[in-house]
Ligand binder design. Structure first.
Ligand SMILES: [Zn+2]
Length: 88
């Protein structure tokens, strides 16, 4: 099972369609199970489409970093108790 962090790290490749079919399937499953990442995925995909209207371009690094930060905060606050052992 992917973590949100892993998902976000692979998101660019996922949207560029450069992942292995296996990885792609895992990311696809994560968006169906994780509302937070689905929102990021959906927003990023739309952003990329807008950019691609001008020229091919990945999501700017600073935007990706900010999204990742926001998601991590959400996941941590929600699962703080349960994931303490895993984070150690
Ligand atoms: Zn997630």
């Amino acid at each position: 099972m992917l973590t949100c962090k892993q998902f976000l790290q692979e998101l660019n490749d996922f949207l560029d369609d450069t992942l292995d079919p296996k990885q792609k399937a895992e990311l696809q499953r994560h968006v169906t199970e994780c509302p937070n990442c689905w929102v990021v995925y959906d927003t990023t995909e739309k952003t990329i489409k807008v950019f691609k209207g001008m020229e091919p371009q990945a999501v700017p690094q600073h935007i990706q970093a900010r999204l990742m930060e926001a998601i991590e905060k959400k996941c941590h606050s929600r699962r703080a108790a349960a994931s303490e052992k895993l984070d150690a």
